[in-house]
Design a protein around this ligand. Structure first.
Ligand code: PMP
Length: 450
């Protein structure tokens, strides 16, 4: 089965589409020669970045860009506390999980403290979010004896062979597994007033039935709890409950992919699934976990892990190394001491309110939504029919880049601006994002009308 969407080239550099400076062109040529054809660059005019600080990135000429797109360096670029902790640790010890060491134990205690009240009991560590989802899938297969996976229709869960088979947003050229079923993402803006929770539950139940009809036992429902590839879909809180019950009734596990929403981004809880009040069997995490140091992993219930633990020996050379664990501990300290979860909420509101106000002047803004510092702006060619305006979205993203504000786009229609700045974004910087969006929408619609 193939995904029917092609997100491969959304917001990617296309040779020849726009003029680029000679130095940039030379670097692109060198890169293509060295790295081959699989990599992509963002923006019509790709950026060469040499330094970062807080929410700012700098090019070789010292021009600064406001980073409204980076949820890896969630504490801000080159956060001093994390940098210092990594330096201290790399001068002391860099080893793996085959030796006893406090850092991983302390990290497990700190992360498990964020999910009190659930049955999640154990931490396992990897280096990337893809690996975390790959491991979660292996665990689910062993626990359930099944292989079937249910995901939303524009989901992204990672890049390994197994996980790419349930990442439809990789586009038409990447095969989905025969054991994979897609359900429509819960798009409130396009739901026409139906009960979204009921509909999502019915869709998951239908996918379970279809798997069974093909002799495939369900292993897991995996969702990004903020549906960030699907277009950023937070509302209404609680809509996941029925679907989670459905997969559990069918003997499968519920896996919350927190690679994007985790670590306080939603501004209300530490994890995205908590806004829905559901109980995951496994929670996967990554991206912001080390503020740039590669570390990812999962939390699982004792029940989910028992079978895997019996049958598999788990060792991951770099997963859980002392250096990465130290970075992750520094990240948790900074989130707590700088009050970043509490900060994400009001600044996210500043962004949403400011952009909603622009909708009075810009008819292309169909919907503004999000949670905390994750904002989606759906651009349409017609507010009545809610038709996706992919071209306009691409123009706006590139105009904003030229004005010095970095963001991107997502969703099946390629028409949702994805705004997810470092959590340290200030109110003034939020204002710059809104102002650049105002100007870019004005210029892009004027150009389209010409
Ligand atoms: N899950 C989600 C929801 C993601 O957004 C990503 C990365 N964009 C991944 C998993 C994979 O993480 P990584 O790139 O670290 O392998």
């Amino acid at each position: 089965m193939k995904s029917t969407i092609d997100l491969n080239m959304v917001n990617a550099y296309v040779p020849g589409r726009a003029s680029v400076a000679p130095a940039t062109a030379a670097m692109i040529e060198r890169r293509d020669a060295l790295l081959g054809p699989a990599y992509r660059l963002m923006y019509e005019r790709p950026l060469h970045i040499v330094r970062g600080e807080g929410a700012w990135l700098f090019d070789p000429e010292g021009r600064r860009y406001l980073d409204a797109y980076n949820n890896v360096t969630s504490l801000g670029h080159c956060h001093p506390r994390v940098a210092d902790a990594i330096c201290r640790q790399v001068r002391t010890l860099a080893t793996n999980t085959r030796y006893l060491h406090d850092t991983i134990l302390e990290l497990a205690e700190r992360l498990l403290a964020t999910v009190r009240g659930t049955r999640l009991a154990h931490l396992m560590l990897t280096c990337t979010g893809s690996e975390a989802n790959d491991l979660a899938y292996r665990i689910a297969k062993m626990r359930t004896g099944g292989t079937g996976v249910i995901v939303t229709d524009t989901a992204y869960h990672g890049t390994t062979d197994a996980v790419s088979q349930f990442s439809p947003s990789l586009g038409v050229t990447v095969d989905l597994g025969a054991h994979v079923r897609l359900v429509p993402a819960p798009r409130l803006y396009h739901a026409g007033g139906v009960d979204l929770g009921e509909r999502f539950t019915r869709d998951v139940e239908a996918a379970i039935a279809d798997l069974r009809r093909h002799g495939i036992r369900p292993a897991a429902l995996i969702v990004d709890s903020l549906f960030t590839s699907d277009g950023i879909l937070p509302e209404p809180a609680g809509f996941l409950e029925g679907a989670v019950q459905a997969i559990k009734r069918a003997g499968g596990l519920f896996i919350a992919d927190e690679v994007q929403p985790g670590f306080g981004r939603t501004g209300e809880h530490f994890w995205g699934f908590q806004r829905h009040g559901v109980q995951p069997d496994i929670v996967t995490m990554g991206k912001p976990m080390g503020n740039g140091q590669p570390i990812a992993g999962l939390l699982a219930t004792a029940d989910a892990l028992a079978e895997f633990g019996k049958n598999s020996r788990y060792f991951n050379t770099f997963g859980g190394n002392t250096l990465s664990c130290t970075a992750a501990l520094a990240v948790l300290d900074a989130i707590e001491q700088e009050g970043l979860v509490q900060h994400a909420r009001p600044i996210g509101e500043v962004l949403r309110e400011g952009i909603s106000a622009l909708a009075r002047r810009h008819a292309a803004i169909g919907d503004v939504r999000g949670a905390g510092m994750f904002v989606g702006v759906e651009l349409v060619s017609d507010r009545e029919t809610r038709t996706a305006d992919r071209e306009l979205t691409s123009r706006v993203v590139n105009l904003m880049r030229d004005k010095g504000v970095l963001l991107s786009a997502c969703a099946m229609g390629h028409n949702v601006l994805k705004i997810r700045p470092p959590l340290v974004l200030s109110p003034e910087q939020a204002g710059l994002v809104i102002q650049a969006l105002d100007e870019s929408l004005g210029e892009a619609t004027a150009a389209a009308a010409r």
